[in-house]
Every structure is written in structure tokens, then in C-alpha cells.
Design a protein around this ligand. Structure first.
Ligand SMILES: Cc1ncc(COP(=O)(O)O)c(C=O)c1O
Length: 391
């Protein structure tokens, strides 16, 4: 194990011409298909039934059971999953409380619906929506809360549901990054009006493109099902105006095949996170992500925080130095949502934590294929760069 000692001189960083900790980079993610994934797709291809059929239906049934929801519906991706959730739950002109720190789709789909996003600040340690700030921002026009279980960590759902109950608000949870996460012993499907998921190529459960929507209300599930497929109730009979947001059975087959491994892979992610937590606890100036009390995260991303005051370099320079040692990182996200040109119209400059996170966060490699050897490289590289860059 590498320890950071004040006495020994810092080794020359690879970025400055020194020897890298590893000539071969630690893989940032693991997205490889197995033979069984490939065979599952081949079976669909050979059947000639490419549209949403039995594979999608089976994925829906299994997803509902796993997440503890009454209904699960596949759809084309996590963005339209949000659209399908938002359309029945609030109207044009309604205010929706949204996280200032999230992926853009959580908020852009509020705008696409004609809603008015009201940005809520983030909690510094967990990165999740700060429900104390949300409570301050409720107005008579507020209709819904859209909360993201960011990086795979559930938000404080007691606080979300409490605020929603107090003001009669609808709740949509964006669980695009939180497959199989739990809160107070329950699957995410037990909470809120609608929960949405992305099955994008890099997600914990990935079908390339794909999405899932869950809910517990029969009438709402029927509406979402109609919106997903042209409002069609019978062949060429259209009850409402809808869309084609359907998934297909090739994606469904990949999802089912990979779902067999998801639980074990998620456990591996959790073990990896515990190893990172221990490594970061030994490096002043870097901190591990904190977890919402009662939540069991799934670490879609493992996002550490960099304290600019503790180092003589920026976060980006620190990450570039890590990369040279063999440790790739990624920034989720380089700016807060109110700072996005597409959303700046709704920026009230009242989300300071989210504004500051952009200079502090960095994601370390996180996936089910990280090995002891990878962790040796990760630990040595983090310690080496931190020592050389210390303020
Ligand atoms: C939090 C969050 N919401 C929504 C989405 C959108 O999902 P998709 O890319 O499947 O449309 C993503 C995808 O990255 C996401 O991370």
C-alpha cells in the first residue's frame, strides 16, 4: 500500500517526464458484451420479430418486480422516459422544482413540456438535490418535483415525499443512473408518482439506447402506455395524440441477458466504492462521495471531490496528471445546469453549491471489472499526484 509521507521527496510526475505508475491505463468503464448477450440478440434476429414484443414484455415484468413497482414500461431512451412521465403530471406554465446539479435531460424535458424549471441547489457532500432549498422555492404555481438519483445515489426521499405531500406536488424521480439502488430497504419503484431509467450504452444496465418508466397507478400507467405508442388503443384507433417512443426486442434481449448479471455487478461496484473511500480517506484534499442516510447507492459513477485550497493546481491539472500516470477520469459535469446556455434563462443565481461543484468533482474508473491490480495503480497514482501537487 502506498502511504503519503511528508519526509520523502515527491516522485517526478509522469506528466513532467517521470515514469508513470502504469504504462497501461486502467479502463474507465466496462461495456463488453458476452457470448450470451450476443446469442440473445441473434435469437431475436433469427425470429424476424424486431419490434417490441416478448423480450420487451419480459424485461418490463422483471424490472417491475426488481424495483418494487406495479407497472414497468420499456421505451426508446431515458430522455423520452422523462417526457412520458412529465406529460401527464404537469401542464404548460407550471413550475417544477429541479436539481441545479444533474444531467441536462432531467430539466430540458421539463422545458420541452412547457414547464418552468425552478433550480434547487445541491447538497455539497452527496451532490443530491437540497430539499431545504426546495422548500424555500415552492410557490402557488409549483406543481411537481423532478429529482435525480445522481451518480446512482438515491436522494432524501422522505424529504421529497414530505414536501410533495405538504403542497400537493407530483414527484418524478430520474433514476437513469440508479438501477437497483434502494432507500430504507425498498426498491426505487416504491416511491413517487413515476420513476424513469436510461439504458444508454454506458449505464449499469445498458441496451445501447433504451429506457424504462415505472409507476404504481393503473390509470397513469395506461396514459403513459398510450403516449408511448401514438395513443393507439386498437389497430389504427388513436385515443390521444402520442408518440413513437417504443423500444425494440433486440434491445429488450440485451437488457434481459445483462439483467442476469446486474445484481452481482452492482455488488462489485459497491465493493469498489468502499475501496475508493478508504484510499481517499488517506489523502487530505480529496474526499469521497457521501451517501444520503437510508440510501444504498449503486455507484453508476464514483465522483470524488477535489479541494482547490489543498493543492497548488486546478482540478483539471490534477486529472491530467492522473491520466499520465494511467488513471483516466471524467467530469460529470463541467458546468451546473443553470449555466448551460440552453437553460440560462431560468438561472436565478441562487444555487451556489452547484456552481462550485464544477471545479471540484471528478469521476474515477468505476465498473464491475476493476481488479486488485487496477486498485494498486489507482491508489499509487492518487497518492503520487496528491503528494506532488500539495499546496
Ligand atoms: C440523470 C440522467 N437523466 C436522463 C438521462 C437521459 O437518458 P438517455 O441518454 O437514455 O436519453 C441520462 C443519460 O445520461 C442521465 O444520466
Amino acid at each position: 500500500m502506498t502511504t503519503v509521507t511528508a519526509a520523502a521527496p515527491a516522485a517526478t510526475l509522469a506528466i513532467d517526464g517521470g515514469t508513470p505508475v502504469s504504462a497501461k491505463a486502467v479502463p474507465f468503464m466496462s461495456t463488453a458484451m458476452t457470448e450470451s448477450d450476443i446469442n440473445a440478440v441473434l435469437t431475436v434476429l433469427k425470429s424476424g420479430m424486431l419490434r417490441a414484443a416478448t423480450k420487451c414484455a419480459e424485461l418490463e415484468a422483471r424490472w417491475a418486480k426488481i424495483t418494487g413497482a406495479r407497472h414497468a414500461m420499456t421505451c426508446a431512451n431515458g430522455t423520452v422516459a422523462l417526457q412520458l412521465a412529465y406529460e401527464p403530471l404537469f401542464a404548460c406554465g407550471d413550475e417544477v422544482l429541479v436539481p441545479a446539479w444533474s444531467y441536462i435531460a432531467t430539466v430540458s424535458m421539463v422545458v420541452a413540456r412547457g414547464g418552468v424549471p425552478v433550480f434547487v441547489d445541491a447538497i455539497p457532500g452527496t451532490f443530491q438535490i437540497d430539499m431545504a432549498d426546495a422548500a424555500r422555492k415552492v410557490t402557488p404555481r409549483t406543481r411537481a418535483i423532478a429529482a435525480t438519483h445522481l451518480y446512482g445515489c438515491p436522494v432524501d426521499m422522505d424529504a421529497v415525499q414530505g414536501l410533495a405531500a405538504k403542497h400537493g406536488l407530483k414527484v418524478i424521480y430520474d433514476a437513469a443512473q440508479a438501477h437497483l439502488a434502494t432507500y430504507k430497504g425498498k426498491g426505487l419503484g416504491a416511491f413517487g408518482d413515476v420513476v424513469t431509467y436510461s439504458l444508454y450504452a454506458t449505464k449499469n444496465l445498458a441496451t445501447g439506447e433504451g429506457g424504462l418508466v415505472t409507476c404504481n397507478d393503473d390509470a397513469l400507467a395506461r396514459t403513459i402506455g398510450l403516449l408511448r405508442s401514438h395513443g393507439e388503443t386498437d389497430k389504427y384507433l388513436h385515443e390521444v395524440v402520442g408518440y413513437n417512443y417504443r423500444m425494440n426486442d433486440m434491445a429488450g434481449a440485451i437488457g434481459l441477458s445483462r439483467l442476469d448479471r446486474l445484481e452481482a455487478q452492482t455488488e462489485q461496484r459497491r465493493r469498489n466504492a468502499a475501496r475508493y473511500d478508504a484510499i481517499l480517506a488517506r489523502i487530505p484534499g480529496l474526499s469521497a462521495p457521501q451517501t444520503t442516510p437510508g440510501a444504498v447507492p449503486v455507484y453508476h459513477l464514483y465522483v470524488a471531490q477535489f479541494d482547490p485550497a489543498a493543492f497548488r493546481c486546478t482540478r483539471d491539472a490534477f486529472c491530467n496528471a492522473l491520466k499520465a500516470e494511467g488513471v483516466p477520469t471524467a467530469i460529470h459535469y463541467p458546468r451546473s445546469l443553470p449555466e448551460q446556455p440552453a437553460l440560462s434563462k431560468w438561472d436565478r443565481k441562487d444555487t451556489p453549491v452547484a456552481f462550485s461543484l464544477k471545479n471540484r468533482v471528478f469521476a474515477l474508473p468505476m465498473h464491475h471489472d476493476l481488479t486488485d491490480e487496477h486498485f494498486a495503480i489507482l491508489e499509487e497514482s492518487l497518492a503520487k499526484v496528491a503528494k506532488a501537487m500539495r499546496a
